[in-house]
Each structure stands twice: as structure tokens, then as C-alpha cells.
Design a binder for this molecule. Structure first.
Ligand SMILES: [Zn+2]
Length: 132
């Protein structure tokens, strides 16, 4: 049951690595002990403290992506401390809050929680042309 969620986590981790942050190690794990629930663990490279990630297997893919993005975001903020508590940074309010994973038009997006405006598709933060 783990392979599918690992793929979703990897999708979200594209945004983690494009943000210059350390990616976690992913391990398939049936810790949820529920055949309806996909589960895995993500571990910091630096230490072995892991966080469980889980999502209901019967949700539409986009909803699974939003849920997993939310959990990965929690891990990133926990892992990187105050310096990255704004990941992913809101382009409109870079000092106020991070973007939030939301479902918009059946797509998982990172959106400003105040303006409710999508900034990027989840997994595609890097394609916003930040390389200039
Ligand atoms: Zn904002």
C-alpha cells in the first residue's frame, strides 16, 4: 500500500528541493494499520526522528496531494525551525505567512491563505521563473 503515497510525497518534495531545503528520506511503512489508508514515514537526513504521513486511499488524487503537501509542509517547518517557518513563502506576504495547500478546481495548489489566490501548482513551485 506504500508505493502510491511515496510517489505523492516525491511530487511534493520537488518543491522542497527547489526551495533549497533538505529532502527527507522516505520509507514505506504500514503504520496506519488500516487497509483504506496509505501511509509512509519521512525521516530527516540529520537525525532519525521520523514523521508519519498518511492519506485515505479512496480520495481523488488531487485531494491526496493537498493532504500530503500539508503534512510535508508541517515536517519542513518543524525540521528547519524559525528560519523556514514561512515555507513555501507567500509571494504577496513573504514575511507574514507561508502558502497553504488547497484544492482549487480539482487541482492541488499552493495558495495565499488570505487572498485565497493560488501561487503555483503543488510540485511546480520551481517553474515560477525564480532563476532570473
Ligand atoms: Zn499571502
Amino acid at each position: 500500500m506504500g508505493a502510491e503515497i511515496v510517489e505523492i510525497i516525491r511530487h511534493v518534495l520537488r518543491d522542497v528541493s527547489s526551495g533549497g531545503l533538505e529532502e527527507p528520506r522516505i520509507e514505506e511503512s504500514d503504520w496506519a494499520d488500516d487497509p483504506q489508508v496509505l501511509s509512509a514515514m519521512i525521516y530527516s537526513i540529520r537525525d532519525s526522528t521520523g514523521q508519519g504521513v498518511s492519506v485515505k486511499g479512496d480520495l481523488p488524487r488531487a485531494e491526496q496531494l493537498v493532504s500530503v503537501a500539508d503534512q510535508v509542509q508541517e515536517w519542513v517547518i518543524e525540521e528547519n525551525g524559525p528560519t523556514n517557518s514561512n515555507w513555501p513563502q507567500c509571494p504577496w506576504h513573504p514575511n507574514n505567512h507561508p502558502l497553504a495547500a488547497q484544492l482549487v478546481d480539482d487541482q492541488g495548489v499552493w495558495a495565499c491563505p488570505v487572498l485565497n489566490t493560488p501561487a503555483a501548482l503543488i510540485g511546480e513551485l520551481s517553474q515560477k521563473g525564480l532563476d532570473g
